[in-house]
Design a protein around this ligand. Structure first.
Ligand code: SAH
Length: 273
């Protein structure tokens, strides 16, 4: 068990902990996540989980990969859920480790429902979702008083691979000053077309954040009008997410990570003089 100055839960055999690993940087793990890793007998992890985090597992713990590899089809969600049930029934401590937060575009709900249906006790450990942590590592606040009183998390990709049709893109475009779009790169042209058609300005600032909070993080600053061309030229590696809205302007002042490498940070762009 992890030693900290307060009580941490014991991982009981036969339990499953559904744990968010955050966007990459192992320092963004929660204490509950670290405590779970220190006790788990089996860790079932996703493609998005940063490999440095697996080093926190108990020595001798079994590490099971449950993601896509080498172009092979990914295991079916039902198979993963069933596997968690079977593993838990072996009376070991099973930690299901997912990138970001398990309940944000992470199918954590589906896996938890399967556990409930099978009568397996579980704990949910939230993680820092890429839409919050990734933006922070790019120096972009999700909300800023001078810009937005609302922010919307959207997926740019539905089960079949297309832009989610049931989403009211026009309402999103009109209603949400800042849009944070997961899984957006593949369908970027279609998404941009819908937003522009609904009246968003082609001059609106936008960023594409790739491999956020890892040593390979890159951020492409562009505009809604130029992003399709810029993204095709830069070809940001996955995972990548998109943020649209004037909060992106704050990056010139708040890119704290860039400042560590010598970037000069500019004054507040919204300050009225
Ligand atoms: N549960 C995860 C999201 C899973 S969906 C979470 O809460 O963060 C996968 C998408 O998340 C990717 O396509 C990408 O859009 C985004 N994502 C996850 N990790 C990321 C990272 N380190 N950098 C940029 N985008 C990331």
């Amino acid at each position: 068990m992890l030693t900290v100055p307060f009580d941490m839960p014991t991982f009981e055999p036969g339990w499953v902990w559904l744990v968010g690993a955050g966007p990459g940087d192992p320092g963004l793990l929660s204490l509950h996540a670290l405590n779970g890793l220190a006790q788990a007998d089996v860790v079932v992890y996703d493609a998005l989980v940063d490999k440095r985090i697996l080093a926190a597992a108990k020595p001798g713990a079994e590490l099971i990969y449950a993601g896509k590899r080498g172009g092979k089809p990914s295991p079916k969600q039902d198979d993963i859920s069933q596997r968690l049930v079977t593993l838990a029934r072996s009376q070991r401590r099973i930690l299901r480790l997912k990138g970001g937060d398990p309940f944000v575009f992470g199918r954590g709900g589906e896996e938890a429902l399967a556990l409930v249906a099978a009568g397996i006790p579980f704990r949910l450990v939230p993680g820092i979702t890429a839409g919050i942590g990734g933006l922070a590592y790019a120096g972009i606040p999700a909300t800023h008083r001078d810009v937005n009183a609302a922010v919307t998390f959207v997926t740019g990709h539905q089960a079949g691979g297309n832009v989610p049709e049931h989403l009211d893109w026009a309402a999103l475009a009109k209603g949400s000053p800042v849009l944070v779009i997961y899984m957006a790169v593949q369908n970027l042209p279609a998404i941009v077309e819908k937003l522009l058609a609904a009246g968003r300005s082609p001059d609106e600032p936008m960023a594409i954040i790739s491999k956020a909070s890892t040593p390979d993080q890159s951020v492409l600053e562009t505009t809604l009008g130029n992003c399709v061309t810029d993204c095709a030229a830069a070809n940001p590696p996955p995972p990548a997410m998109v943020v649209i809205g004037r909060v992106v302007e704050l990056r010139a002042s708040l890119d704290w990570l860039g400042a560590l490498d010598g970037r000069k940070l500019l004054p507040d762009p919204f300050k009225k003089t």
